[in-house]
Design a protein around this ligand. Structure first.
Ligand SMILES: [Zn+2]
Length: 278
């Protein structure tokens, strides 16, 4: 009970601080004007509440508490005392980020998962509230995979907490409707996913939706051949969203919850489209 309180306090503190910091940044230095669909934040906030309630009600355990519970596991990979603690922490943070890259990549290559992930991509605009726009079924599935990974790895609890906080911070930062100065963008993008990098992933061009899938560190995209530096349309002309869904209709809560089950949701995954267009 003790750890879950510390984790919740840290998680929601970073959540609010990162959201506010990125909101101020994109309000004062917006990258692009909205397409007339700026009343999205309330709707995306409602989706966040639904997702949080669904995930907490179903699992009743957080990644940090899972890590505490499996500390003594005989089958854990990262609870071996002969490995220095710092090394176990570094491996754990990298491994958990790789898990997020892998589940995201699966969401773009498995038809059933793509149906749910389309809700995130069908946002007609791209800003920090896009980070909250995720279908509850996707949240439940990815959280389940993540908890399973923690159970198998048995990583140090501190490493899980750092990975969790890093991921939430990064999710607002990488969806910001803002750009870093060029002299910051280049060195920072070598280490962290930046808004200019992640925006390409939200391009309406299907092939680009299978690029830049990393969560915190961009290295997985470099390693597995899914990195692209610039959008084909150019940084200033890139159009985000899903073709056919860039309108007011895509903002309704009912629409977002029902989109995976609609007949007009996109059948071809970005992975399949990439092979066809190669
Ligand atoms: Zn995606």
């Amino acid at each position: 009970m003790h750890w879950i309180r510390i984790e919740s306090a840290a998680y929601w503190s970073v959540f609010v601080a990162a959201f506010l910091a990125c909101a101020v940044w994109e309000s004062f230095r917006p990258k692009r004007n909205f397409s007339g669909t700026e009343r999205r934040w309330g709707k995306h906030g409602i989706l966040l509440i639904i997702c949080t309630v669904a995930s907490v009600a179903l699992y009743r355990i957080s990644p940090v508490v899972m890590a505490v519970n499996v500390t003594g596991s005989r089958f854990g990979l990262l609870n071996r005392s002969w490995l220095p603690f710092a090394v176990r922490c570094i491996i754990a943070i990298l491994a958990l980020d790789l898990v997020r890259y892998s589940t995201h990549r699966l969401s773009h290559s498995v038809g059933a998962l793509w149906r749910f992930h389309q809700v995130h991509h069908s946002d007609p605009d791209f800003d920090i509230s896009t980070a909250l726009r995720v279908h509850p079924v996707e949240v439940v599935l990815t959280q389940g995979a993540y908890l399973l990974a923690v159970a198998v790895l048995a990583p140090p609890m501190v490493a899980v907490l750092i990975a969790e906080l890093g991921s939430i911070l990064q999710s607002f930062f990488s969806h910001a409707n803002a750009s870093l100065p060029r002299w910051v963008e280049k060195p920072l993008r070598a280490v962290f996913v930046t808004p200019d990098m992640h925006r390409i992933h939200h391009s309406e061009e299907v092939v680009e939706q299978y690029k830049n899938l990393s969560d915190i560190f961009p290295w997985w995209d470099h390693l597995f051949g899914t990195y692209v530096e610039k959008p084909a349309a150019g940084d200033d002309k890139i159009v985000t969203g899903l073709k056919g869904f860039q309108n007011e209709r895509s903002l309704g809560i009912g629409f977002m919850l029902a989109q995976p089950f609609r007949k007009d949701s996109e059948q071809t995954t970005p992975a399949e489209a990439s092979i066809t267009n190669a």
